[in-house]
Design a protein around this ligand. Structure first.
Ligand code: G6P
Length: 616
């Protein structure tokens, strides 16, 4: 959360910063700001989106080849002009932008107030700006002059919490200082120019050589080069990596919204995720990223899956898959709960952390806890080089490509694809699956992208249904077995982008409460594809119908029984029931998307939300 961009080089910084901030807006869009150095700092910032800032900049002096910019997801203090970043220290010596949370900010603030510091905002970031300045000036007054970067180092050693920071200083105006702990920062290395950003998307247009900062790193960057040290002032060797990300992967490519583009990318994303790992002809499956730990994985006594949001829903599908294919007991938990409740973790337990961004703070902290307890911790992540793959001993990347729409879509199906392959590989190795079952599943998984394409071709029909139910204020999503997590995910999608209250429920639980809500105004979306509980779900549909609920059923192609009962049906191709989540979630994504568009909502940037949740 919060996007950071910095630039130093030969170009006009403003252009690089604004373009970069737009690419990072998925991380928050409560306010935006930029700062340029020169004879004095020029700071422009405002509540609202990057486009609002751009308007404001029209008549301003934005000349300069060095600067930094920020797009905010508010933590401390409301989204106001004053709380927008960059923040300047009281005596004007330092200007900073920050992603993360300074946890001991209140204590630091009262200490600074006693020293005469006044604050213009309610943010923890301004406290940090003033702390750095206080350290710098205090040492000067005492006759020990401290360089700007050493003042930053001393201050950061006093801070508890997480930060990705870019800092400019009045006394060293030709350098940018970047520092990281807990929140991501990437430095792009061009020819005679440097870029700093929260992720690589603002950088790839200019260079594919990057350095991912590690926790405790501090980089001082000028036209003469980059100097990397850590909080203890020990020199660090920059590890330059080449990134393989193309510009068109982060453009809308003719789609009205990123979310729609990403929904349509799912066949490609799934193919890319199994490409080179699964072979249909030779019935071969190998997950190279798990090679080193595979013997431990198949011996695991217990699997724990930890994740947040949509990734947690993928984890729930994983629980069904692992227990069915491997017979290893599996639990799924929200990372935020897991990390604070003293969970029982035994040495040799397998912990799987799932995260699209690879940066979610709660998931990262849960990983650290599990590692300490001796678990084997592996990751399923989408963003290459992000923190979670670096914290885990092994893992599998989803190759979904950058996901920019805040509501996650293709990341979910790619995660479920990886979980399916993992469960199949372990199941084959520990005989949870017979060879015939394993081979049939290879064929089934291989066919999923074509089947999703078929569903996408029915989008006009789904759009028509969306128009019929767009004015509802509540809705219920029901599913059983593998389709219960899909019900949760469908409900989450609707809530997130259309602001309609929605609940996902196991269909059989409906009679224990939610049935009381059903009347003719309540759309009930039922996941009712053909599997072993089909007859039960048909009975659940009858129960809703008897109470005049409006039924939208997701059914297997050719189903005639439910067609007669439901108000609307959406067909999906037949598949193995363990893979049905990969198909049935797609119409739910489209339904939410079209409902949100009909309601005039900002689909890609829903209110109050952001991606890459680097705060707890
Ligand atoms: C945020 C995003 C969700 C995402 C969740 C977990 O809430 O809006 O789309 O599912 O974070 O993120 P992760 O990157 O760990 O999958």
């Amino acid at each position: 959360m919060c996007g950071i961009v910095g630039y130093i080089g030969k170009r006009q910084a403003c252009e690089v910063l604004i373009k970069g901030l737009k690419r990072l807006e998925y991380r928050g869009y409560d306010s935006a700001g930029v700062a340029f150095s020169g004879d004095s700092f020029r700071i422009y910032k405002c509540k609202g989106k990057v486009s609002d800032l751009e308007e404001q900049l029209k008549d301003k002096n934005i000349n300069g080849c060095m600067g930094m910019g920020h797009t905010r997801w508010a933590t401390h203090g409301e989204p106001t002009n004053n709380n927008a970043h960059p923040h300047q220290s009281m005596n004007g010596k330092f200007v900073i932008i920050h992603n993360g949370i300074i946890e001991n900010y209140a204590k630091l603030k009262s200490g600074l107030e006693k020293e005469g510091y006044k604050f213009a905002s309610e943010t923890d970031t301004e406290v940090l700006a003033n702390l750095i300045e206080y350290v710098y000036l205090h040492n000067q007054n005492n006759g020990d002059s401290l360089s700007c970067v050493d003042a930053v180092r001393v201050a950061l050693n006093m801070v508890e919490g997480a930060y990705g920071l870019v800092i400019m200083s009045e006394d060293n105006p030709e350098k940018l200082i970047a520092a990281r702990k807990g929140s991501p920062l990437v430095i792009g290395i061009g020819r005679g120019e440097y870029f700093i950003a929260s992720d690589a998307t603002p950088i790839i247009e200019y260079t594919n050589s990057v350095i991912y900062l590690n926790d405790d790193d501090i980089a001082v960057i000028g036209l003469d080069g980059l100097n990397l040290t850590n909080l203890k002032k020990v020199k660090q060797i920059p590890n330059i990596k080449k990134i393989d990300l193309k510009l068109d992967e982060i453009e809308k490519n003719g789609f009205e919204h990123y979310m729609l583009k990403e929904i349509y990318e799912q066949p490609r994303a799934i193919r890319d995720t199994y490409r080179g790992r699964l072979n249909f002809e030779s019935k071969y499956l190998k997950l190279g990223g798990l090679h080193n730990v595979f013997s431990e994985l198949k011996e695991a006594k217990r699997i724990m899956i930890i994740a947040c949001g949509t990734s947690w829903h993928a984890g729930l599908v994983g629980e069904y898959l692992f227990e069915e294919f491997t017979r290893i007991p599996t639990e799924v938990e929200y990372a935020s709960e897991f990390r604070y409740r003293n969970p029982v973790i035994n040495k040799g337990d397998l912990v799987i952390a799932i995260s699209q961004s690879g940066e979610t703070a709660d998931t990262l902290a849960a990983i650290q806890l599990a590692k300490k307890a001796g678990a084997i911790v592996i990751g399923i992540c989408n963003v290459v080089g992000s923190s979670i793959p670096r914290e885990t001993i092994a893992g599998v990347y989803t190759h979904a490509g950058p996901e920019i729409g805040v509501a996650s879509t293709k990341a979910f199906t790619a995660q479920v694809t990886v979980l399916t392959m993992m469960a199949m590989a372990i199941g084959q190795a520990n005989q949870g699956l017979t060879e015939k079952e394993f081979e049939d599943l290879i064929g089934e998984l291989y066919a999923i992208p074509d089947k999703i394409e078929k569903i996408l071709n029915t989008s006009n029909h789904i759009k028509d249904i969306a128009e019929k139910i767009k004015d509802s204020t509540n809705s219920l999503y029901l599913g059983r077995g593998y389709l219960f997590p899909v019900a949760l995910e469908g409900a989450l999608k609707l809530k997130e982008i259309s602001y309609i209250h929605a609940e996902g429920y196991p269909a059989a639980e409906m009679k224990h409460g939610p049935i009381a809500l059903i009347d003719e105004k309540m759309p009930v979306i039922v996941l009712a594809t053909k599997d072993h509980s089909y007859d039960k779900i048909v009975s659940n549909i009858q129960e809703v119908k008897a109470r005049k609920g409006c039924i939208i059923a997701i059914v297997t192609e050719g189903d005639t029984t439910i067609k007669e009962m439901a108000d609307y049906v959406i067909e999906v191709p037949q598949s193995d029931f363990a893979l049905a989540p990969l198909l049935t979630v797609v119409p739910l994504q489209l339904l939410s998307y079209y409902i949100a568009v009909y309601r005039g909502c900002n689909v890609d940037q829903p209110r109050n939300l952001a991606k890459s949740v680097t705060v707890e």
